[in-house]
Design a protein around this ligand. Sequence first.
Ligand code: SF4
Ligand code: SF4
Length: 440
Amino acid sequence: MENVFNIISLIIIFSITIFFILFFISSIRERKPRASWLSSGITTFSILFILLIINYQLWIVAYIIALIIFKTALLFFLPLNKPTSMKIGDVTKRVDERDSMFAREEYNPGSENYNTYYSNHPEFKKVDDSLRKLPRLLDPGGKYYDPVKSEGIKNTFNLIKDLTTKVDGEVNKVKLEVDPIEITKFIKDLTIQRGGDEVGICELNPIFVYSHVGRGPEEWGSPIKLDHKYAIIFAVEMDYYMVEQAPDIPITEEAARKYYEAANISISLARYIRSLGYPARAHISDSNYQIMLPPLAVDAGLGELSRMGYLISKKFGPRVRLGGVTTDLPLLVDDPIIFGVQDFCRVCKKCADNCPSNAIPFDDKTIVRGVEKWEINVEQCLRYWRLAGTDCGLCMKVCPYSHPPTFVHNIVRKGIEKSAIARKLSIWGDDFFYGRKSKI
Ligand code: SF4
Ligand code: SF4
C-alpha cells in the first residue's frame, strides 16, 4: 500500500515538473526571458526535489507536496463559480458614426463638415482641436515614425481605401434555393479558406448599425439604412511577434496588414453571396463600416468584450482584427460564449496599469447606452497614438489573453473558464512570470 502512495505522489510531482518543462519551452518560443528563467529554475528545483525524495526516502514530505499540488489542481478546474456574462439592458439609440473618434479627427478646420459638426457638438471642439495639433498617425513627428515603414503602412491603408467602393454590388436576379445548414457550413469553410481564423454568425441587431455615415466614400451625414437579417463576423489573428513589439511601428504594420486581409475576405464573401441571388454587403476598414463589429462578434460567439474595449477571442485573446458581411442569405446563428473574461478583467487591470495615456479605466463598469461595460477614454488613447505615430497596442501586448494558444496557455485558459480560483491564480502567475509592467 505504501508503495502505491509513493508512486502516486511521485507521479503528481512529476506531472507538475513536466508542466513547467513545457512552460519553459513555450516561453523560449515566446521570447520571454523572465518567464524562461523562472520556469527553468522551478523545473530544476522540482527535478532535484524528486531525486532527494528517492535518495533519502522523504516520503512524508512527498505526500504533503503531492497533496497540495493535487488540491490546487482540483480547485483550478472545478467549476465553483459560474462566469459572469455582460449585461445588456434596453439599448434604444444607435451610434452615429460621425461621433466616432476616427471620424472626428478627419474634420479639417474651415471645412463644411467641421463647421456643421462642432456647431452641433461644441463639447468636443476643444479636445479635438488640441488633438489635431499633434502629428497625424504615421506622419513625421511621432516617436516611432519610420520614413520607410510608415509610408509602407500608409500604402496598405490606401489599398484598403481603394476597396471601399467594392463592398456592395449587383445581386444575381436568379435566386438559388439553399439549405441553411449546408450553406452556413459552406460560408464558414469559405471564410476560413480565404484567410479567416475564426467565424461566427448572428442575427443583425439593428442597434449595432450606425445611424449616420461619418467616414468613407458615402455621403457624410446620410442616414444608414441596413436591414439585412444576418451578420457573418470573422476574426483574423495578428502575429504574436509583431504585437510583442508594441508600441513600435510593427504593431501598426500588422494591424494594417490584417485590415487589408479582412477587407479582401469580406468583399469576396459578399460577392459570392450576391452571386447566389441574395443581397450582401462587406464592412471594411477605412471606413466602410455600417455596423459595429465588436458587439456583433460577441453575438456571433467569437468572444467577450474586455476592460480595454477589444474583443477577447477564446483562442487568440485580443490579438485579432475583425471583419464582417451582412446579408439576407438564410443562415444558422451561433450562440454567444462566456469563458470568464468579465470576471478576469474585473481583477486583472494589467492593460490599465500599462496604458501610457491612462485611457483604460481602473474602476468598475458603467452603463453606456444601456450596455454595462468599461468605457475607455478614446481621446486620450488617440492622443498617445499621435504622439507615438503608431496605433500603440500596448494594452493588447500585455493582456494575459494575448499569449499564443500553446498547450500550457490553453490549460490555464480552461481553468480561467471554469474556476474563480483559477482566475485569481492566473493573474498572480501572469504578473510573476511575465512582470506587471511592460518595458516600452
Ligand atoms: S489586460 Fe487584463 S484587464 Fe485588460 S483586457 Fe486583458 S484580461 Fe482584461
Ligand atoms: S492603445 Fe495604447 S493608449 Fe490606447 S488604450 Fe491601449 S494602451 Fe492605452
